[in-house]
Write a protein that binds this ligand. Sequence first.
Ligand code: ZN
Length: 215
Amino acid sequence: MDVGLAAFDMDGTLTQGRLVFALAERFGLAEKVREIQASRVEGHLQTKTIAALFSGITKTDLENAVESIPLTKNAERTVAILKEKKCRVGIISDSYTVAAEILMTRLGMDFVAANLLEILDGRLTGRVEMPLGWEKIGCFCKISVCKRYHLEEQARRFGIPIERTMAVGDTKSDICMVQRAGVGVSFMPKDDMIAKASNNVVQIPDMLRVLEFAA
Ligand SMILES: [Zn+2]
């Protein structure tokens, strides 16, 4: 399989932590965030409620939280190798653009799809612009960023057939893109659902391992 476009989840996949928790812990909101995520409410509505909790936090605090999260081993090298092969590489995340864009620039990637936190006068307003997409294609995920929809969008944008795409993720929010991609990879799966979503599973915390499936 000659992969022409690779989409990575961010939290827990390209990075070793989750931005939403790094941020919540700094402001004593971790318990509240966990409660919201454990609820049965649809994913996109959870994202809205969590963003509202962050109202008033400064852009600098947000950027510091981003910088505190370490990259997964060999994430940079993996992206560089894919780029050398003329592969388009990007992030599809249900976290926030502020983090995904910092990472995109650092790793020299081509695209990002993520939630946009509204910032006014240097502070989060508590509002969030969600790219969604599931409502357009009837995807089951109903989360703030339907990763399948955005994988298809980026493949179309760069003229890469879906059979030549790779998607890498670690939680159930990644299932719809991992199943849709030509090569779907469950990287260090955090739940049963994503572990079963693909035959390609990486259980070693080294991003270079995903290239075995992209060769
Ligand atoms: Zn979806």
